[in-house]
Design a protein around this ligand. Structure first.
Ligand SMILES: C=CC1=C(C)c2cc3[nH]c(cc4nc(cc5[nH]c(cc1n2)c(C)c5CCC(=O)O)C(CCC(=O)O)=C4C)c(C)c3C=C
Ligand SMILES: [Fe+2]
Length: 419
């Protein structure tokens, strides 16, 4: 916390010119990371919300502005840093100011720029934590979502979408509070783990005193050299059956909300799922393939040749047995008839001290126009999914991800217009 004495010290030690340089106001009008500087800026009469343009020259850049937020139909990057946040602000106005403060910072981060202009003043903390200096934009995408608890905390129940509710308890769930829920989320995905981490770290730092991290998870995906679907830690291709990110009609049916202030947004569901690698590694290849209903090597459905071959879950062999076993993951997932866009990442977070097992698994992330789609699939997997022998659901959260941002607007504006 910055005390009023600190602020006097800052006023004395930093000239107006230094402050402009430090905060980047002269260039981009952004707020700063160090606690208290935003307040000092406001006291000096600077508007902290001024639009920043998408860079036209940055390397490996995803554009910030658009109809939808980035990180949903953005081609999947190699890394994620996902943070679930508690809000510490107590009024809707402060929340709105937080989003206004974050918006130009998000554009700068996605441009591969520093949060603020570099300063030569060594008496103050640098405005950017610095670990992304010299790295390019690395296809950074940033997705902000609001959890059900946000609306209750800030008296916004009247604009809380009816679909935005904590997920029901599912059989076999072993959720831990430390990995569950959150008022807000920041999903940062990039082709460089440090770029993703840097983005979350600096957005949270800029919001010091306004948000606190409740839980976070880093994750990774590795793409084959010749391109194609990445494999999960059970070595199966994961993400084969998904809506095409170019099929607007299907995305409108499956992913994008089409009503109210959340129109063109989507619901994000995050599940932290531990995968019991030691048990899996003792399982025969035949049983592994029966677990998914697909071949490990090619990713093809059982009985078919190629990964993207279509299949009929009702098809039976000569003996009258299902070709895709009725306890297999894909049989049950497809049986539900509900669809979603899956955008998951593997994680490996060391070793569990009580068992010595890998603390590894899948940060399952899906986007859908209604959380009911996820619920239908999870209910269909239920107690029957053969994969249950090898996994445990440890964390869960649901967030309404805002529509995209137009230049001159800010993340979440539609929500505040609805209040
Ligand atoms: C409730 C939704 C789902 C959860 C939770 C889930 C967990 C989970 N899945 C895998 C690995 C694979 N899943 C695959 C397919 C698949 N999974 C879901 C849903 C959930 N998965 C769906 C809707 C589908 C597509 C079904 C279809 O129509 O074919 C596959 C097969 C390849 C693919 O299509 O991606 C794999 C492999 C793991 C490891 C996991 C939890 C740890
Ligand atoms: Fe799955």
């Amino acid at each position: 916390m910055t005390t009023s004495n600190d602020e006097k010290w800052i006023d004395k030690k930093i000239s107006r010119r230094d402050m402009l340089k430090l905060t980047g106001v002269g260039v981009a009008g952004v707020a700063v990371g160090a606690s208290g500087f935003g307040g000092v800026m406001k006291a000096m009469g600077y508007n902290i919300f001024e639009p920043v343009a998408d860079s036209t020259t940055a390397k490996h850049k995803v554009d910030f502005y658009g109809k939808h937020q980035t990180g949903i139909i953005t081609p999947v990057q190699t890394n994620i840093y996902f943070a679930s946040l508690d809000v510490l602000v107590t009024s809707q106005k402060e929340l709105q100011q937080l989003f206004q403060q974050w918006t130009p910072l998000m554009v700068r981060l996605m441009n591969g720029e520093q949060m603020v202009e570099m300063t030569t003043n060594t008496r103050v903390p640098p405005g950017d934590t610095g670990e992304a200096k010299g790295l390019d934009a690395a296809h950074l995408s940033l997705t902000i979502g609001a959890g059900p608890s946000l609306f209750d905390k800030l008296g916004m129940q009247h604009v809380k979408p009816a679909e935005l509710k904590d997920l029901p308890h599912f059989p076999k769930d072993q959720l831990q509070q430390e990995w569950t829920g959150g008022d807000l989320c920041i999903q940062a995905c990039a082709d460089d783990p440090q770029v993703a981490f840097h983005a979350v770290r600096n957005l949270v730092r800029a919001a010091s005193g306004k948000v606190a991290i409740k839980w976070s998870q880093a994750g990774f995906n590795a793409f084959p050299a010749e391109g194609g679907t990445p494999r999960n830690l059970f070595a199966f291709k994961d993400g084969t059956v998904n809506p095409a990110i170019t099929d607007e009609q299907d995305l409108h049916k499956t992913v994008w909300v089409d009503k109210g202030w959340l129109k063109n947004g989507s619901y994000l569901i995050a599940r932290k799922i531990q995968m019991h690698l030691e048990t899996w590694d003792r399982t025969s290849l035949k049983d592994q393939e029966a677990t998914f209903g697909r071949y490990r090597d090619s990713g093809a459905p059982l009985g078919k040749e190629n990964e993207f071959d279509d299949f009929d879950i009702e098809a039976k062999d000569d003996k009258g047995d299902y070709i895709i076993p009725d306890t297999s993951h894909v049989h049950l997932a497809r049986k539900s008839d509900a669809r979603m866009l899956r955008r998951s990442y593997s994680y490996a977070s060391g070793v569990l001290s009580n068992t010595g097992a890998h603390d590894a698994g899948l940060l399952f992330i899906s986007f859908q126009k209604d959380p009911a789609q996820f619920i239908a699939v999870q209910n269909s997997l239920g107690r029957m999914d053969k994969m249950n022998e090898y996994i445990t659901h440890r964390g869960s959260a649901v967030f309404a991800c805002f529509p995209g941002v137009q230049k001159g607007s800010y993340v979440g504006e539609a929500l505040f217009n609805a209040l």
